[in-house]
Ligand binder design. Structure first.
Ligand SMILES: [Fe+2]
Length: 475
């Protein structure tokens, strides 16, 4: 519904983040169409910025919103859902104060400029989740994870995973080795150290090491590929002087320096030692789809790459409910030699504007066939619109199969849930801007062109989210 305050030109997706999220307790979900697949058991978790305003002020960047977690449990009696904001220290303090208090990725603290001097940004706990046996972690790359109850999503407190020192962060894109259950992750410290972590399946850090980077780059994701951990360090550097002095927010202090090129770092995943480093042409990526090691030894990595860093400006504009910056990311493949780090080939696989590439979790670090993505609708205005479809890219045939949500509907990153070896479902949370409602849609992977096989109604609008996971544990 358009209100008197909102200009009529506001895009439909803005309705999903116009108001702070309304939490809801475990609630049976109404079936809107189709049927929940009989074998679907487990929980879909998603994380994203749930609260983007406080005291009449909007956040400076989409990344600044306080994290909100959606949990949708599929059990014997159907589906139940709950949505909870992560009760971080910063969230609680700002809620109490009724205004923003802390600097953030894309905003400075209110008040005199010394309020920002060397002050850590608020842990927004808003980027992704990692489901462990006994807790769910809400992840944010600039700080420690927050542990939540797997069912109620109640916040239990900050986690150090038996290994994170004071000031050490834990990024939002951990990789779980499907063979061993070991969890690999990293963090970039303000001291320019790249920290590497290896955890056992419980999440406990069992080995860590660090590597000195040049300058302070923005590294959001990395790749597990066979025996290797691979980093593509984009040519973005934080101007530490303007950021530390509070002259700029971190986001505004980031400089695009294409002359630096993309730095490639290859580590041995067992020893966490550097094997090779190299440089390639400049590009930017937030996310990789996956990586693997060919029988002939080369590493293959696929990612959604952008020609520059304008994507950060676009995502900043999302926070205000209206975008105007052109930023097109597409699916690319990079093949490199792990012993030298040198790129052997780099090619675009598909011209469609894409984000949030995913693969079946059991194929992480292994050869895979289907890459799942969010894509813009055909002929969408990329300056104004968010992604409006999900898709499956078949790496064997090069064919992109698209499930278009229809006008004014916005899906989240599609998460694949296997149903045996050769079939499965794609789960996505859709905001329907036509009727201001959030829904869970389930597609059969084999019939992605058709309508979803099931649609479930969520009791409140769930703000657009970033990342999630599916935990097959039955609750
Ligand atoms: Fe991400």
């Amino acid at each position: 519904m358009q209100t008197s305050q909102s200009p009529v030109t506001r895009p439909a997706w803005a309705g999903a983040i116009a108001q702070p999220a309304v939490e809801f307790p475990l609630t049976p979900l109404n079936l809107l169409s189709g049927q929940i697949p009989q074998n679907l058991r487990g929980t879909l978790y998603r994380n994203g910025p749930g609260c983007l305003q406080r005291g009449g002020e909007r956040v400076g960047h989409w990344f600044d919103g306080d994290g909100g977690i959606l949990g949708v449990h599929f059990g014997e009696k159907g589906a139940t859902g709950t949505y909870r904001l992560v009760q971080t220290e910063g969230y609680l303090a700002e809620k109490e104060a009724g205004k923003f208090l802390f600097p953030n990725y894309g905003m400075k603290a209110q008040g005199p400029f010394w309020n920002n001097w060397l002050r850590p940004v608020k842990n927004a706990a808003n980027t992704s989740v990692l489901a462990l046996e006994d807790k769910l972690l809400a992840l944010w790359e600039g700080g420690k994870p927050h542990a939540l109850d797997l069912e109620s999503l109640a916040t239990l407190g900050k986690e150090n995973l038996d290994g994170l020192e004071s000031g050490q962060s834990y990024s939002a894109h951990p990789k779980v080795d499907p063979h061993t259950g070991e969890i690999f992750n990293f963090a970039v410290g303000i001291n320019s150290q790249l920290y590497l972590y290896k955890s056992d399946a419980s999440g406990r850090i069992i080995k860590q090491d660090s590597f000195k980077l040049s300058g302070l780059p923005l590294v959001h994701d990395f790749v597990l590929a066979g025996r290797y951990l691979v980093f593509f360090v984009p040519p973005v550097r934080v101007n530490l002087i303007t950021a530390a002095l509070g002259i700029d927010s971190y986001s505004d202090a980031m400089d695009w320096k294409p002359q630096l090129g993309t730095q490639i770092l290859v580590f041995d995943k067992e020893t966490l030692q550097l094997i090779s480093r190299s440089e390639a042409e400049a590009w930017y990526q937030w996310h990789h789809a996956n990586g693997y090691e060919r029988e002939t030894g080369e590493i293959v990595v696929e990612m959604v790459a952008f020609p520059d860093f304008s994507t950060n400006q676009y995502l900043k504009e999302v926070a205000r409910g209206k975008t105007e910056t052109y930023a097109k990311g597409t699916l690319w493949r990079v093949v490199l030699d792990p012993q030298t780090g040198k790129v052997i080939s780099r090619e675009q696989l598909c011209d469609r504007s894409s984000e949030f590439p995913m693969v079946e979790s059991s194929l992480t670090g292994q050869p895979w066939r289907y890459t799942y993505l969010c894509v813009h609708r055909e002929n969408a205005d990329l300056r104004r619109e968010l992604v409006g479809a999900i898709a499956s890219f078949d790496r064997e045939t090069g064919k992109l199969t698209v499930a278009d949500m229809g006008e004014n509907r916005y899906p989240s990153e599609p998460i694949y849930v296997a149903n045996g070896e050769d079939s499965g479902w794609l789960l996505t949370v859709v905001y329907d801007g036509n009727i201001q409602r959030s829904e869970v849609w389930i597609y059969d992977r084999e019939t992605l062109n058709d309508a979803p096989i099931c649609r479930l109604e969520l009791p409140q609008i769930v703000p657009l989210s970033f990342h999630g996971t599916f935990s097959p544990q039955n609750r």
